[in-house]
Design a protein around this ligand. Structure first.
Ligand code: HEM
Length: 399
């Protein structure tokens, strides 16, 4: 079964009720009393159509996260409105342009050699240990290094950035909730200090772009720089979106190879270029995001009313048998693979998709070059999350 997603339920939805209302009382029973209910879209075609339909759907109204962690305060939830992903056009377009040049294929290509050397070092160190937690030893570090490089975080500060990021995502210690908030504040404070430094000493990095941005948001505003909140949340989004997702793609990819040794042998021999997207489809690190209807609109034959939320079930769309041949086969040579793990090709399509693909590619190439056999010592310990398909621990041995 593709990685630990509720596939039986999703398959039943696709077959019997592809646009179905998940009611408030059901959400309340699941532990989210404030939740208002939403239309669950399980078909690939409906997820794609809504992702592209900016005229009728907003991320600004209620954000993209369907279910926030119960311990988050209303104020914390409201603050997520500062995130790029929770803006609509035209503001979204302007904000995205500030950073989009850092993510073009050319810009990502320029990172290739540095990241390749790091991937090789990470894999060599893990193999030298003989066994360990694959998440910590292999999957976590390359995404952190890549984002630090792009943002322009100096080498000597990366250690503490890594600690704060890990603490904030608390993947190694779920019990310390207080520490998560401290880490969040530390990252914000550190980002502000770096921002001050870049204002006087500009460099060719995302940080400098953010602090020197001149955006014209809202109606008739003069161009202005980002506010501290806008800047801080930009940094947090890049740090979280770039780390948690790619780390889980790499971890679930390793898990898939261990469960399908024939595919690992094939990959080692032939290195098909199609492997990276099959790993990302199989993992689907982001399982669901939401939109809110800004008009009455028909979706998949169902009337959706203005103000209703719709859930884009990427975890279902990526296994839709109308689109993928034999979707539950992990096949690194799959050549028709229009998965929506990075979103449905709308305005919010993952800005880091090219970078994520490069990182996944470099890690598995490095492992394959060493002709190593990785065996599973434990079941993956999953992250508790309503929207991330995450793993905290996967113990493996290298031979
Ligand atoms: C948006 C998934 C890696 C930065 C998104 C979206 C998804 C996604 C599903 C929302 C798309 C939509 O709503 O249409 C993933 C997955 C990744 C990954 C599965 C790894 C396998 C990255 C990386 C970065 C990144 C490496 C940055 C370094 C972002 C940002 C957005 C975004 C900034 C918001 C874009 C916008 O609103 O315009 N990602 N992502 N992601 N991602 Fe990724």
């Amino acid at each position: 079964m593709a990685e630990r997603l509720p596939h039986d339920e999703l398959l039943a939805l696709r077959r019997t009720a592809p646009v179905s209302w998940i009611a408030q009382d059901e959400a309340a029973r699941a532990g989210f009393p404030d939740h208002e209910g939403y239309w669950a879209l399980s078909r690939h075609a409906d997820v794609a159509a809504v992702s592209k339909d900016q005229a009728n759907f907003s991320t600004r109204e209620n954000g993209v996260i369907i279910r926030f962690a119960p311990e988050m305060t209303r104020e914390e939830v409201e603050q997520t409105g500062f995130l790029l992903i929770n803006h609509d056009a035209p503001d979204h377009t302007k904000l995205r342009q500030i950073v989009s040049r850092a993510f073009t294929p050319r810009a990502i290509n320029a990172l290739h050699d540095g990241l390749k050397a790091r991937a090789e070092q990470i894999v060599d160190d893990a193999i030298a240990k003989g066994e360990g937690n694959f998440v910590e030893d292999v999957a976590a570090e390359l995404p952190l290094q890549a984002i630090a490089e792009l943002l322009g975080v100096p080498q000597e500060d990366r250690g503490k950035l890594f600690e704060w990021s890990n603490q904030m995502l608390s993947y190694d210690d779920p019990e310390v909730e207080g520490d998560q908030m401290t880490a969040f504040m530390e990252i914000l404070a550190y980002s502000m200090a770096l921002a001050d430094e870049r204002r006087t000493n500009p460099q060719d990095d995302i940080l400098t772009r953010l602090v020197t941005a001149d955006v014209d948001l809202g109606q008739g505003d003069e161009g202005r720089g980002l506010t501290d909140d806008e800047f801080g949340f930009f940094m947090i989004l890049l740090a979280v979106a770039g780390n948690e997702t790619t780390r889980n793609a790499i971890t679930w990819g390793m898990h898939a190879f261990m469960q399908h040794p024939d595919q690992w042998e094939l990959y080692k021999k032939e290195r098909p270029a199609t492997a990276v997207d099959e790993i990302i489809r199989w993992a689907t690190p982001v399982t669901v995001f939401q939109r809110t209807a800004t008009n009455d609109v028909v979706v998949g034959g169902q009337q959706v009313k203005k103000g209703d939320r719709v859930g884009l079930l990427y975890a279902s769309a990526n296994f839709d048998e109308d689109v993928f041949e034999d979707p539950f086969r992990f096949d690194v040579t799959r050549d028709h693979n229009p998965h929506q793990a990075f979103g449905g090709h709308g305005a919010h399509y993952c800005i880091g998709a090219n970078l994520a693909r490069l990182e996944v590619d470099l890690i598995f190439r490095a492992l394959a070059d060493r002709d190593v056999t990785v065996t599973q010592l434990s079941e993956p310990r999953k992250l508790r999350s309503s929207w991330i398909n995450g793993v905290k621990e996967l113990r493996v041995a290298y031979r």
